[in-house]
Design a protein around this ligand. Sequence first.
Ligand SMILES: Cc1ncc(COP(=O)(O)O)c(C=O)c1O
Length: 322
Amino acid sequence: ADPDPLVRAHRAGLPEYRAAVSEHLLRHRGLAAGSVLATGGTTAAVVELAAAVLERGDVVAVEEPGYQRAVQAFRRAGMRVVGVPVDLEGLRPEAIPPDARAVYCSPAHQYPMGSRLSAARRVSLVERARAASMLVIEDDYDGELRFDVAPLPMLASLAPDVVAHLGTTSKILTPTLGAGWMVAPEAITSAVLAYRDSTGTRPSPAGQRVLYEFARNGDLGRHLRKLRREMAERRTLLAGALATAGIPVRGDDAGAHLVVPFSSASVEASVIASAERRGIRLDGLARHFAGTPSAHGVAIGYAGCSREALVAALPTLVSLLR
Ligand SMILES: Cc1ncc(COP(=O)(O)O)c(C=O)c1O
């Protein structure tokens, strides 16, 4: 028999949450989403896609360096993960293996290098995906944050037929909500719903309720405007201080972190250790590689501390990185 419609709605997420996310995507990401599925966040959604849509032994292309939790999610589900190099324009589509069944990427602000996938590569990626019947998993973890640069079309707007778009409240609000969303072709969302039905799982409605209330009374829109302003100012403070000291910076067009490249793994390790002794935790690029690191440097996040703490740390940071 058909599942109870109420249970089905429950598995897909609260209807009011899904409507609020639809509006959010249209307003802030320029995406007219046909149908939105609630998720427990981006990583939880990757785990579901690996379990519900992909099969053991499938080749999955991932950005190298990239988000290792996604890499682990695929590996633990039995997929063969193949790293695709990224450069200043993001992932290189021509380097995706022809037998890849899916590719996972973060076009808005490549994690961790910070590049935005160029328009030409977006087009070539989705063309390749269509030609090879490959699923593109678009992780838009901090896509709401962008500074002084024109928006680029999301992969899900360019090719809704081959893209599973994943968003989250983790960066714009807090990971405590455990609330995210998926916009994907019907075959994909049906498979995820069937997986939830058979495993008795569903994203927690509590975080969805909070987000909905926040969106309904206009607080979400106000918060996003404030967040964008604050992050832009912090980015300017940090990037400005580094540029004045002649320190090269990458990935500061978007998001809430930027990257300072180094010449070697040993420089990376020693700068991180010196910073730790001065009370500053820097994130080395080495841990973001699935294989041997081919780029060195540190990612510096500026969202996790107060603006005062950031300003106070700048002189020390500059002296460590110079
Ligand atoms: C690239 C990337 N994707 C996803 C996430 C987390 O999203 P969620 O908390 O929704 O799993 C992060 C958090 O650091 C991230 O860096």
